[in-house]
Design a protein around this ligand. Sequence first.
Ligand SMILES: [Zn+2]
Length: 115
Amino acid sequence: MARDIYAYRCRKCGHLHYPYRMVCANCGENEHNEFDPEALPKTGTLLAFTRLYALPGDFDVPTLGLGIVELENGIRVTGQLDIDEPAAGMKVKGSVEVVRQEEYEKYYGMIFSQA
Ligand SMILES: [Zn+2]
């Protein structure tokens, strides 16, 4: 089943937040926690990227590609890259996967491949 990562839209002014904020960054509204969750789009443009070579011991991969992606709705997210030769401006598509697993907890994030 496809999973989603959610952004939060302010009911007062419509400003979209990711990650979640307690108070709207645009209008300052927070009285009733009035945000509607909205699934992030999964396609966007790769803005910047790097590759990590010295990972902590609890990662079971030798290197890890990381990128900043601007999604179709303008929200920028950091995600893992499953791309051999990434390039700025490349169109990418993401899927939500377990990116880190500890004994009792799984952490989900976006993993991007070339669109
Ligand atoms: Zn607002």
